[in-house]
Design a protein around this ligand. Structure first.
Ligand code: DQA
Length: 151
C-alpha cells in the first residue's frame, strides 16, 4: 500500500468541541497526527481531508478508486442519506473502510441505516478516535506491511 486516503464528511471539522460526550475530545488534527505517525515509518503517503460538501467526497472517492488507493471514510451524516456516496464507491471500485467515532446503532434510529456499509470492505465504529487507527491497522494488515518494511 503506497497511499491511503482518510476522508471526513460534514461537521467533523468541529471535533474537539462538538458534543464531546458523544464524539470525544480529540480534534481532527490530533486524529491526523496519530495516523501520520503510523504511516510515515511504513512509507505510506497519507492524504487526510475534510469537507462539508457531499460532492467533494464523491470526487475524492472516485479519484482514490481510480488510482487503486484505499479510503478510510467517515461520511458523517451523509452515511445515512447519500446514495451518491454508495454509487461513487461502487462506480470507481474504491476499497473503503467506513469509520465512525460513535456507535450509530446505539443512537437515534435514523442513524442505524448506512448507504455506505453495503459497499464497504468493513465498518469500525464506536471507538472514538481509535476507530481511525483500527481502520488503518486493518488496511496495513491486509497489505502485509509491518513497520519499517516498505512494499
Ligand atoms: C458520525 C456518526 C454520524 O451519525 C453523525 O452524523 C456524524 C458523525 C461518527 O463519527 O460517529 O457526523 O459519523
Amino acid at each position: 500500500m503506497k497511499a491511503v486516503h482518510v476522508l471526513n464528511g460534514p461537521n467533523l471539522n468541529l471535533l474537539g468541541t462538538r458534543e464531546p460526550d458523544i464524539y470525544g475530545k480529540s480534534t481532527l488534527a490530533e486524529i491526523e497526527a496519530s495516523l501520520r505517525a503510523s504511516c510515515e515509518p511504513r512509507g505510506i503517503l497519507l492524504h487526510f481531508r475534510q469537507t462539508n460538501h457531499e460532492g467533494d467526497l464523491v470526487t475524492w472517492i472516485q479519484d482514490a478508486g481510480l488510482a487503486g488507493e484505499p479510503v478510510i471514510l467517515n461520511p458523517g451524516a451523509y452515511t445515512h442519506t447519500s446514495v451518491a456516496l454508495q454509487d461513487a464507491i461502487k462506480g470507481a471500485g474504491t476499497k473503503v473502510i467506513e469509520v465512525h467515532l460513535s456507535n450509530p446503532h446505539a443512537r437515534e434510529t435514523f442513524r442505524r441505516h448506512s448507504y455506505v456499509s453495503p459497499v464497504a470492505r468493513g465498518v469500525i465504529q464506536g471507538f472514538g478516535a481509535l476507530s481511525y487507527d483500527l481502520a488503518l491497522q486493518a488496511l496495513i494488515a491486509e497489505a502485509g506491511q509491518s513497520e519499517g518494511r516498505r512494499t
